[in-house]
Design a binder for this molecule. Structure first.
Ligand code: AMP
Ligand code: ZN
Length: 136
């Protein structure tokens, strides 16, 4: 299903033009308009789902297989030195467009880009507490 007010629904389904790298029945891959690096692209399912939890499992699987193929092709064509995949869910996690997407971010030696986090230093007890919380 398509959502009327969703910009990525419109882009994925071709109602709004985009710099398309790949398209099939279920997905469109486009260049990001605010790239973290040269070639930064987004995998958009044509079906609307706000985030990972809403996306059907078979589409999640297909999206990650496509991510692998795109990353391989883009690495070869762009000659990048590394690759980040990113996928944000929820405003707190940095999601700004609420239609599931996977970021494909080519990385270049010395590109000065920062994609990461400040590592914490949990004690063994704290790790055990969170482990129990998740598996319990
Ligand atoms: P996120 O913060 O994970 O929701 O990522 C949204 C991404 O969509 C950002 O990297 C934006 O630069 C990108 N973006 C927003 N609008 C457009 C658009 N119309 N075409 C291409 N990329 C877009
Ligand atoms: Zn949508």
């Amino acid at each position: 299903m398509k959502m009327d007010d969703c910009i990525f629904c419109k882009i994925a389904n071709g109602e709004i033009p985009s710099k398309t790298l790949y398209e099939d029945q279920d997905f469109r891959v486009i260049l990001d308009l605010g790239p973290a690096a040269r070639g930064h692209a987004l995998i958009l399912p044509k079906e609307h789902a706000a985030n990972l939890y809403e996306l059907p499992e078979e589409t999640v699987g297909a999206a990650f297989i496509l991510a692998k193929r795109m990353a391989a092709r883009m690495s070869e064509k762009l000659g990048c030195d590394g690759f980040n995949l990113m996928q944000n869910n929820g405003e707190t996690a940095g999601q700004t467009v609420f239609h599931f997407h996977i970021h494909l971010i080519p990385r270049y030696l010395g590109d000065g880009q920062r994609i990461g986090w400040i590592p914490g230093k949990p004690s063994g007890e704290e790790l055990e507490e969170v482990r129990r919380q998740i598996v319990g």
